[in-house]
Design a protein around this ligand. Sequence first.
Ligand SMILES: [Zn+2]
Length: 733
Amino acid sequence: MCVAVRDSCAPLLLCHGLSWPDSLDCDRFPADEDMCLASLSKEYKHIHKELPKPICQTCPAVEEFFTQKRVLDVFCANNFAMASGTALIYDDEMTSCKLLWDDPECDIEVPERLLSSYEQLKHYHLVERCIHVPVREGTEEEIMLVHSSEYLEVVKSTQTMNEEELRRVSENYDAVYFHPNTYRCAKLAVGATLQLVDSVISGKVHNGMALVRILIVDWDVHHGQGIQYVFEEDPSVLYYSWHRYEHQQFWPLLRESDYDAVGQGKGKGFNLNVPWNKVGMGNSDYLAAFFHVLLPVAFEFVPELILVSSGYDSGIGDPEGQMNATPECFAHLTHFLMQLANGRVCAVLEGGYHLKSLSESVCMTVKTLLRDPLPQISGEMAPCLSAVESIQNVRAAHKPYWKCLMYEEATPLHNLSTKSQQMMEAELIQTSTHPTAKQAVGTTNSDEAIKTDRFLESHMKKILFPVPPVKTAAAIVSKADAHLLPISVQVEMEMNAQELKTLVSAFDAELVKEEKALLSLQNVLAVLDKILKKKVCNGIAESSVASVSTTFALKHCFDFGLQRVLCIVVGDMDLELDLDDGKILLMNICQKQQTEKTNSKYHISLNWKEDAGRNNFFCAVLGFILPVAYSYQPDLMIIVIGPNRSLGVNAISLLTCLLQGLAESRILVVIQDTEIKLVQSVAKALSGVSTPDFGAYAPASQENVFEIKQLKDQLQQEWKMLRCSVKDWISGS
Ligand SMILES: [Zn+2]
């Protein structure tokens, strides 16, 4: 019992800048939760007369935590799935390595990369919101887990070398340089990474207990061939990398960076390579690769920890990657990863050579880890042909290994659209004897860098927005249920009743007579109003007349000036809406077959059969709902939960969590009073203090997969993020 208390209290203490006291040895503790808590409480009163304020805004004061049983119950139930803070590890000493001579291969690797990222984190006041974990040196033993002792000795020997000697050693390696501080910095980098992993898993896992499944997401623009080699036979590590490949013409020029390197032996299926065969990949290409490759596989894999090889040379303006993803794209990628492994995500900085692009992208990642709402993603939401080709190939290559790809019909493509063009260009470079050609490229690069600087300057101003002071508001009629809500939720009850009566009578005079219906409408509008005025981020409202309330809510949205509202109805409900102008995209998820209705761009019915006890909704959310929603780019989302729903609590939590990347996380959930038992789970998903349990993974049935396939065929021309095979692309273009 005491171990459980330690595990649940440690994250809270961490958030207050406190650690579990050494004097409280768990083994000697009484096996009684109350006594254990009492001892801990006493210990802390003794040590700290004034307890420091929490770093996150949602956790209660430590004292309050120990004295209020109700708070404890609610807090434990809702928040202890993960540690409540975000750790940041940075040390000035890491910037002490630099290139001492001229080498065009290495001159982008500068200490300013770290400095500018850290400066930008300070600029956005993100540093003070993180928990600082001191850096330590990695031991030789730790380094030799992946490196040979010979290599270790070489690097070690560079500490005392002069410039000439350093230069000579460096020449033995590909795109590597040494500095007398390299060894020290490398040891710090290893130590820092291990410290980070330790602090992220310490809330949940005891020392010495091995994790069973780890997902490594390598969004750096270079292939992590080293990681691939280390884990390619290991089914406990799923390695995902996208990288500039260009038909093996880009560094590291390896055949095994292609999509068909799926892993070896027992590790087959656990190596996911997404090769980019052209430059210029952007937000929609990256998101499509997440929706159609990484996320379905990752949810099936069920990782316990996620490590991100967090390189930003895949971002806009980077001279290495030459890709187009804007900084907020990394917020969205991070957001999706946080829905896995109970939110235990460790991001470790890798590449990124355009300083402004790098530092803004780093900040976007950290903001998301701190659970700030996400900026809307910019750009046209349609993956390019070459990206779709790569996605199709990875899906086809991995079909034998993953249930989520079991019914995939597409086969690997051999004649890729980029192949002939790329060959032509290669020839052109080879035959080009013009000496000024290279010079011209250099000049363009620096012009490009300045152009990106200017673009990002105005772009960030456009997409950043003030975070609403309260995350989640709730208006629940059944007062008895209010105590079930996570404590960050504000319960709303006030609104001008007379004003509402007038409003309602114009719409439906009968409703005014119904006290309960009026109260419901009042609830829904009160919460919605707070969302629209950006006083809260999202909210939840109980209603006895959910469909009428939603119709009112939508009208209120357009009166307020919104352009696009995504409305997802779960269950049997008829909404009287005008769906022609595209201001509403209505998606109805229900069980009954609506044979007479055909799907149209703005009115989609998804017939879904739930798998009792498990969650089979992953493929629908990832393969269909998210791509449609991202293509639509709503200003606000309304999720209505009604009777006869074909989705269970796990599927609804999943939907609510994943959709929060859109519309600056502005979501209103309207719950019909008959379904009110869902309120706690939905509030937990909205409040985002932790990642809810989405239930055991169940593969979708053939019937369900077929339903999605049909919808995709009908709608991919309208909603282009649905495309994941070239057949889709050709028929849809
Ligand atoms: Zn890189």
